[in-house]
Design a protein around this ligand. Structure first.
Ligand SMILES: N[C@@H](CCC(=O)N[C@@H](CS)C(=O)NCC(=O)O)C(=O)O
Length: 303
């Protein structure tokens, strides 16, 4: 079983996945993908999903960090990404960190960069795909930094009782999700007011260092061609398990689309759908892959 992460260094969600690989001390192949469209080698595997990161385990493809972390938890159950006492509540905290809070952190960081810092291709891509308006973001920096500092203050207060991680002595999904938001602000906008205020929070700073120390496991560089060959040589999990409440049947052609986004839907034959996940089968031209998504935030649409 070969684990491949399709990612690029500066992506916060990719950093979340890299830390999850580190927590599990896994060996993995690192395929660096473009940070703008087009991503032809990635979509050969995903069928259209082009966000960062994507995990590949042989011919099983996992889109979105929620599905990626579930896959890693199944591959290497210990140490868990969902340790007691929070357990699955880690997911709810991570979900908040990865939604409005993610936007505030990214906006506070990118908005405080001097104009002209970001490559034009990146500015154009994010405008077209995600509706980013960098001039508006720059004007909103004080507001966005306030959103960042509210959650940073709550985290610092939570950690002030001496716990090592958000849920206690073991790190979990929530730690990785909040960390990557702060990592982006500290890394991209070192001299911003938010980065300085965060650096002055003692409990948060010590926790940040503990999460950094988790590391990334053991990455080995690989090419997109190698990743496609790995998928071609492997057999995906084509087991079927369709929850009748979904209104769909196994084998039916469906499209899976990220809610509230302009992202391309991914078409395939429905394998599995339940309260926590979706899987479809599709042909890449050189074999079949199973493409997995989280249930939350993904729409299943009839063919
Ligand atoms: N909900 C997704 C969000 C992924 C996401 O939006 N990633 C950003 C990068 S951090 C992205 O895809 N940006 C556009 C790109 O990389 O092309 C997840 O948890 O993986």
């Amino acid at each position: 079983m070969t684990i491949v992460l399709h990612h690029y260094p500066a992506s916060p969600f990719a950093e979340l996945a890299r830390l999850a690989l580190g927590l599990k001390q896994l060996e993995w192949r690192s395929v660096v993908i473009p940070n703008v469209m087009p991503k032809p080698d990635l979509v050969v595997l995903t069928g259209g999903y082009a966000r960062t990161p994507v995990l590949q385990v042989g011919a099983d493809i996992y889109c979105d960090t929620a599905a990626i972390l579930d896959a890693l938890e199944a591959i290497a159950p210990s140490p868990s990404l969902y340790p007691a006492p929070l357990g699955d509540l880690q997911r709810i905290l991570a979900g908040w960190a990865g939604a409005a809070q993610f936007g505030a952190h990214v906006g506070a960081a990118l908005g405080s960069l001097p104009p002209g810092t970001l490559p034009q291709a990146f500015v154009d891509d994010r405008k077209a795909r995600l509706g980013f308006d960098f001039a508006k973001m720059a004007r909103a920096v004080p507001h966005l930094e306030a959103q960042v500092l509210t959650s940073a203050t709550w985290l610092d207060a939570t950690l002030s009782d001496g716990r090592a991680f958000i849920g206690g002595e073991q790190p979990g999904h929530a730690d990785l999700a909040f960390y990557t938001n702060l990592w982006f602000v500290r890394g991209r906008a070192r001299n911003s007011e938010a980065a300085k205020a965060i650096a002055a929070m003692p409990h948060l700073g010590a926790w940040f260092d503990r999460v950094t120390a988790i590391g990334h496991g053991s990455p080995v560089e690989a090419s997109a061609e190698e990743a496609i060959a790995i998928a071609g040589a492997a057999t995906p999990d084509l087991s079927e398990n369709v929850d009748p409440i979904s209104g769909f049947t196994a084998g039916q052609t469906v499209r899976v689309k990220t809610e509230g986004s302009g992202d391309a839907p991914v078409e395939g034959r429905l394998l599995r759908v339940g309260p926590t996940g979706i899987a479809i089968a599709r042909d890449t031209g050189s074999g079949t892959v199973a493409v997995n998504f989280p249930r939350l935030g993904q729409m299943v649409l009839a063919g």
